[in-house]
Design a binder for this molecule. Structure first.
Ligand code: ADP
Ligand code: MG
Length: 347
């Protein structure tokens, strides 16, 4: 059984088309990450599922029940926003228990559930504190706890980590995955951060200007981006994209043998090379000049120029001096090809 199902969902605000034919099926207990640049429609998609916006057309089903005409409170959906708004005058205990109190759950049961969720989120010793006495991460956990305490059918998280500092953001990524697995709740997590998406998702849905650009596992999007947009959006440093031509069955400017029938009908070709797929080795095939060397602790990222083409190389263990000559190799099997006109993947 699928858990959430979106069928031909369109959304416009006045004349502005924001979501264009979104079709999506979530598996039971899946963690789907919706990824995309600012303004591409991520929040709107979540708000449609939560019932905070009306569809322009299409259907939304949750566990085979049509929900798109239901009031938000009748959908059994929980949503956490970026600026998680806790009740400042209530203790953590009261904040966590609030949704149950509203639902007129018995006091003893509320107490039990609050204690269980506090335990799970590491908030037990904070139950009697007000939000102002908590760290950013603790507040975020209270907001998560408050959202899941009623065991929703689906958990919607709209950039919940973007207000946290870098350290905490990394910790909370793992924390959300852990909570989601422990509670077995189908979850949609929204972010514009590709690293966050790669590290958390069962599957990633990459949105581009209101349309699904690609839907797949993190590995699929990373290894087989089906368009130039996906290739450029996923991965750090970004994939090197180079204009290429085929001359005498060779891929230029690298001189790699290439069957031109692979690209029949494509006039202009772009080649993508991941920065980690370039090896700087002394017996490399190609000669380049170093233009910069950046230190990242575990690696250097070195920028080189070959034939007027700028390439970034990652995973380097040693620094290079600007102006140094280096040799490098690329392996044909790691190259990605795109149609320059349409941006779609070739092969
Ligand atoms: P994201 O969350 O990916 O940054 P949003 O879903 O918030 O994107 O917004 C997508 C587009 O829809 C934007 O161009 C935004 O300006 C527009 N939009 C969102 N909400 C409204 C609204 N209530 N009225 C008009 N336009 C809106
Ligand atoms: Mg948003």
């Amino acid at each position: 059984m699928n858990s959430l199902y979106l069928n031909k969902v369109f959304k416009s605000f006045g004349k502005t088309k924001v979501l264009n034919n979104i079709n999506l099926e979530l598996n039971e207990n899946e963690l789907l990450v919706i990824l995309g640049p600012s303004g591409c429609g991520k929040s709107t998609l979540l708000r449609l599922v939560a019932g905070l916006e009306d569809l322009t057309s299409g259907e939304i089903y949750l566990h085979d029940k049509r929900i798109d005409k239901l009031e938000p409170k009748d959908r059994n959906v929980a949503m956490v926003f970026q600026n998680y708004s806790l009740y400042p005058h209530m203790t953590v205990e009261k904040n966590l228990g609030f949704p149950l109190k509203i639902a007129k759950v018995k006091k003893e049961v509320i107490k039990e559930k609050v204690e269980a969720i506090a335990e799970m989120l590491g908030l037990t010793d904070r139950l009697l504190f007000k939000p102002s006495a908590l760290s950013g991460g603790q507040r975020q956990r209270v907001a998560l706890g408050r959202a899941i305490i009623r065991k929703p059918d689906i958990f919607l998280l709209d950039e919940p980590l973007s207000n946290l500092d870098a350290d905490l953001r990394l910790k909370m990524r793992a924390e959300i995955v852990r909570i989601q697995q422990e509670l077995e709740i189908t979850t949609i997590h929204v972010t514009h951060d590709q690293a966050e998406a790669l590290s958390m998702a069962d599957r990633i849905l990459l949105l581009n200007d209101g349309e699904i650009e690609q839907l797949g596992t993190p590995e699929e999007l990373y290894k087989n981006p089906n368009s130039l947009f996906v290739a450029k959006f996923i991965g750090f440093p970004k994939m090197n994209i180079i204009e290429a031509t085929i001359k005498n069955n060779q891929l230029m400017p690298f001189g790699i043998p290439f069957e031109s029938k692979q690209i029949d009908g494509v006039d202009e070709l772009l080649v993508g090379i991941r920065p980690e797929d370039i090896s700087m080795i002394s017996n490399g095939q190609y000669r380049a000049k170093v233009v910069s060397s950046e230190y990242y602790g575990e690696q250097y990222i070195i920028t080189i120029v070959y034939n007027n083409i700028v390439l970034q190389v990652s995973g380097c263990q040693h620094s290079k001096n600007i102006g140094d000559t280096v040799m490098f190799s690329i392996s044909e099997s790691t190259l990605h090809f795109f149609n320059k006109q349409t941006g779609s993947r070739i092969g």
